[in-house]
Structures are given as structure tokens and as C-alpha cells.
Design a protein around this ligand. Structure first.
Ligand code: SF4
Length: 62
């Protein structure tokens, strides 16, 4: 699994970074996915971030 952010949709609210700072990081007012070899250890927090994003800008690639 790998999270993907639609940067055009992201409004930079910081919610995803608050929920899972190991994976999401704001950069220039938009969120980015930090490159990691394996995201599965953060699976639950990534799903929570996806569900909490106010503009549904986070997708999860299986
Ligand atoms: S929760 Fe959504 S809108 Fe907010 S910073 Fe993350 S991706 Fe952007």
C-alpha cells in the first residue's frame, strides 16, 4: 500500500500530518508523502488520515 496526495485538492489544513507525521508532511502549504520503503506499519493511521481529510485529497494505492 502507498498513500497518494492530490496536491491540487489539498488545502493544507495539516490534519494528515497531525494524525501521521511519520508519513505526511506539509511543504509549501500542501501535504506530501514522505518516501518510505514500507507504509504498512502505519496502515491504520494512514487510513485515519484519509478518512479525516476534509477534501478527500488522500488516496491509497494498493
Ligand atoms: S488532510 Fe487533506 S487537505 Fe489537509 S493537509 Fe492533508 S491532504 Fe491536505
Amino acid at each position: 500500500m502507498k498513500p497518494i496526495i492530490n496536491r491540487e485538492m489539498c488545502i493544507g489544513c495539516g490534519m494528515c500530518e497531525n494524525i501521521c507525521p511519520e508519513v505526511f508532511k506539509l511543504n509549501d502549504g500542501k501535504s506530501e508523502v514522505i518516501n518510505l520503503p514500507d507504509y504498512t506499519v502505519f496502515k491504520e493511521k494512514i487510513e485515519q488520515a484519509k478518512d479525516s481529510c476534509p477534501v478527500q485529497a488522500i488516496d491509497i494505492e494498493e
